[in-house]
Ligand binder design. Structure first.
Ligand SMILES: *Cc1c(COP(=O)(O)O)cnc(C)c1O
Length: 410
């Protein structure tokens, strides 16, 4: 059940000439035709690219019979991935949601705790909190990175929370606020220095939902290295894929050991006996998926480079269009440009659906951002701060086709 978000009516709206408002849809469409010509089949939002050793590695799994939860590709994938992101440990999982679930458990989240998460995120972030029977507590975003607004979160916590004996407590609900999950939206790194500081001051475990930000750097350091734990996703629509898959990242060897243990049914090593020392999860990435991942990682730099080039081309194409802003990487960061997005000016939000309809009809797949978490029936009653920026982004944003293979390299 989706409430309608009234577009923000302010001075800006009055300044937009009616002709300009109708022109914006035509101008964006013309820019898309300029970039891609007239598509003979629909251009997808994000398609995987298999141009390396994928077939060789996957075939080897089938030929040798090592397709499932044991095999050398899983270890190799974890090593290669950790090296790529500059993180001590990577633990491969069956998808990004399970990786997030593990991150929250190891971050110390327990039933009835509250976990601060952005309202502007994919459903997996909120669901992982619910799997622990903890309560998502929604926070607002800022318009540079679209990530959690550290300054407003700080002021909000000053109003509603209190640190008592090293524990952050929600003064209204009495519940412990245990963790803050930040998400790097469409690959653009959030304002990490400020968010790390908020987490430190309020005694919150910082978890990065880095599902969208493989290949994205904040001040030269790969995302996923800023909290105690981070989750990656290798779903088919992400920058690289293992079919389905994810990973837990951490620089803490003890947490890495725990992540591996509870994601592999908490089995105690033994030559032949089935011994499990706690309730674990069957979240391990199968070897056949890891084989795909090893091949994809080899090609990741090339895919990232072409995605940056595509973003530059979008930037040039939209530069002259009034009322439309292409989302660029925040200053001091390098984004993987997972999904390109345009933001319409306040006064043009009413045209968003017309723009989506026109682009999709012309064969350019385009999508609005996710419905904000607090609008969904199961999360309607969760605690939240004022979410007016997230609501504005929701009303004004359109995602555009962003596959690495869309445009040839210069
Ligand atoms: C893709 C994604 C995930 C994980 O998704 P899976 O499909 O479970 O791999 C989690 N959070 C965000 C923000 C995502 O975009």
């Amino acid at each position: 059940m989706r409430e309608t978000t009234a577009p923000r009516v302010n001075g800006d709206r009055m300044q937009i000439h009616p002709e300009r408002a109708s022109n914006v849809v035509a101008s964006v469409l013309a820019a898309m035709h300029g970039l891609f010509g007239t598509p003979d089949k629909r251009i997808a939002l994000h398609e995987p690219e298999f141009r390396g050793e994928e077939w060789t590695y996957v075939k080897e799994c089938i030929d040798t019979g090592w397709v499932s939860s044991v095999g050398s590709y899983v270890d190799r994938f974890e090593r290669d991935l950790a090296a790529f992101v500059g993180c001590k440990h990577a633990v491969a999982t069956c998808n990004g949601t399970s990786a997030l679930h593990i991150c929250l458990i190891l971050g110390g989240v327990e039933a009835d705790d509250e976990v601060l998460i952005p309202a502007l995120t994919f459903i997996a972030t909120a669901n992982a909190v619910s799997y622990i029977r903890a309560v998502p507590h929604f926070v607002d975003s800022e318009t540079i990175s679209l990530g959690v607004d550290a300054g407003r979160l700080e002021r909000y916590l000053e109003r509603v929370a209190q640190v008592i004996g090293g524990v952050c407590v929600n003064r209204a609900t009495g519940r412990r606020i245990r963790a803050l999950v930040v998400m790097h939206v469409f690959g653009h790194p959030s304002d990490l220095d400020a968010l790390v500081e908020v987490a430190r001051r309020w005694k919150l475990a910082l978890v990065e939902d880095a599902a969208e930000s493989l290949g994205s750097y904040y001040h030269g350091r790969h995302t996923g290295n800023f909290g105690c734990l981070a989750a990656l996703s290798f779903n088919g629509n992400k920058v690289m894929t293992t079919g389905g898959g994810g990973a837990v990242l951490t620089n803490d060897s003890e947490l890495a050991k725990r992540a591996k243990h509870i994601s592999t049914t908490a089995r105690v090593a033994h030559e032949w006996n089935f011994l499990h020392d706690e309730v674990g999860y069957n979240y391990r990435m199968p070897n056949i998926n890891a084989a795909l991942g090893c091949a994809q990682l080899e090609r990741l730099p090339s895919m990232l480079q072409r995605k940056r080039h595509l973003a530059d081309r979008y930037g040039q194409a939209f530069a002259g269009i009034n009322g439309v802003r292409l989302l660029r990487e925040p200053p001091g960061t390098s984004s993987n440009y997972w999904l390109n997005a345009i933001m319409l000016d306040n006064g043009l939000a009413a045209r968003r659906d017309e723009l989506l309809g026109t682009l999709n009809e012309a064969g350019f797949m385009s999508r609005p951002v996710w419905t904000l978490m607090h609008r969904l029936p199961m999360y309607h009653a969760c605690p939240r701060m004022d979410l007016d920026v997230a609501e504005r982004i929701e009303a004004q944003l359109v995602n555009l086709p962003s596959s690495p293979g869309l445009i040839a390299s210069p």
